[in-house]
Design a protein around this ligand. Structure first.
Ligand code: FE2
Length: 252
């Protein structure tokens, strides 16, 4: 019998494959099916070692090792499936997903998610020019700041796309937290496009409310080096293997 994570993996591969590219209507239909499957995933489905989720109190960098543990479940040229485990009180710094789709499903604990979308609002362009005229800053990115979300294991997955909620900061709340991430295309070398898809880190430098936007606000983000207090160690995935060949044999 095919396990849930294998069903998710196979459907993710079929949804996000780029050669040949999936027609838009088929993509949309598979994407929704995938979202529904992802919303059912639990730590048991991926055989997650519960010791990785144990709460050792507030994270102490001098005794607790890495603040974040990364576990790769599956990766090919078109999609990455992985798990991030955050110790109590730590964060994935504000980062982007250039040109990528993503689903983020909390499977343990709770996280707060502060998302941003790239913005080309005219008012922001003017504000940006004003700021740059007084103090030149490299790597400034105008963005829409969305309301902060509290997301637990009983909530549906958060979604991001190339044009929407593509940047976020994630903090564990009231204990360790873990989430499954499906990202497409993957970070790193994109062999299909011949480019490097790097992860960039940002910091908010200016936030101001805009009356015509009801709940969102416009902000300016500045590109920063990877924060020194953030790093990952790795854990081995020991759940059911996602086998790409099983799909290709079926020709779908
Ligand atoms: Fe992310």
């Amino acid at each position: 019998m095919t396990s849930l994570i294998q069903q998710i993996g196979r459907l993710a591969i079929r949804t996000f494959k780029r050669e040949p590219q999936v027609p838009e209507a088929v993509f949309n239909s598979r994407y929704e099916q995938l979202y529904n499957l992802v919303n059912r995933i639990t730590p048991e489905d991926i055989n997650l070692d519960h010791r990785l989720l144990s709460d050792r109190g507030q994270f102490n960098p001098s005794t607790d090792g890495a603040p974040v543990t990364y576990m790769q479940v599956y990766e090919d040229n078109d999609v990455t499936i992985c798990v991030f485990i955050l110790k109590r009180g730590v964060r994935l710094p504000l980062h982007d997903h250039p040109g990528m789709f993503g689903m983020l499903k909390v499977i343990h604990g709770a996280v707060s998610v502060q998302s941003y979308s790239h913005s080309n609002a005219e008012s922001l362009e003017e504000k940006l020019q004003e700021i740059l005229n007084t103090r030149p800053i490299a790597g400034v990115c105008p963005a829409t700041k969305h309301p902060k979300l509290m997301v637990t294991a009983s909530d549906n997955a958060c979604r991001l796309s190339p044009n929407s909620e593509n940047m976020h900061e994630i903090l564990s709340v009231d204990g360790p937290a873990a989430f499954l991430d499906i990202l497409s295309p993957p970070y790193g070398t994109d062999k299909r496009l011949g480019i490097e898809r790097d992860c960039h880190y940002y910091q908010e430098i200016e936030s101001f409310n805009v009356p015509y936007l009801s709940s969102d606000s416009l902000t300016l983000l500045v590109s920063i080096p990877s924060p020194s207090d953030f790093w990952c160690d790795q854990a081995e995935y020991t759940g059911p293997i996602i086998d790409r060949n099983a799909i290709e044999e079926n020709g779908s």
